[in-house]
Design a protein around this ligand. Sequence first.
Ligand code: ADP
Length: 163
Amino acid sequence: MKNTAIYPGTFDPVTNGHLDIIKRAARMFDTVIVAVLNNNAKTPLFSVAARRAQIKAAVKDIANVKVDSFDGLLADYMKRKNVSVAIRGLRAVSDLEYEFQIANTNRSLNPAMETVFLMPSAKYTYLTSTIVREVYCHGGRLKDSVPPHVERGLIEFYKKRRP
Ligand code: ADP
């Protein structure tokens, strides 16, 4: 599929940094598929179905963005989808080393695959799903970090867990 890109990630939960990247990618490609990784190595806060629903609601006004999920290797999922471009976000130099490892590994697994790196707006440089989870877990709130429906989900999730 020409002019289609896949943006893979854990998105646990989707943040405004991810959405910034999705919006940029949607201006560059005819179709962007946001692909939620069902990662057995991590124990996610939100189920794949919940994460997909959160992303879907956040991108409902962007016509060329679709939401999907996958298990296993990204390189294999991209072959199955017949898509050659993967999008990754680069926040800072600290992301580079890890992202290079992934991109090179993916290239050796699937030589047709290209990884395109996009930079978010500077205000999202320090935003990660991990930091968002940490703050909400302890009852805090982080301004301009996640869409309102995701914030409600986080507050509800942690409320249920507290005695
Ligand atoms: P992973 O668990 O695979 O790192 P994430 O869901 O955390 O996946 O992130 C998916 C992609 O989005 C990665 O390329 C990551 O670098 C990027 N990303 C995460 N947070 C931000 C942010 N605040 N701004 C831009 N890109 C981001």
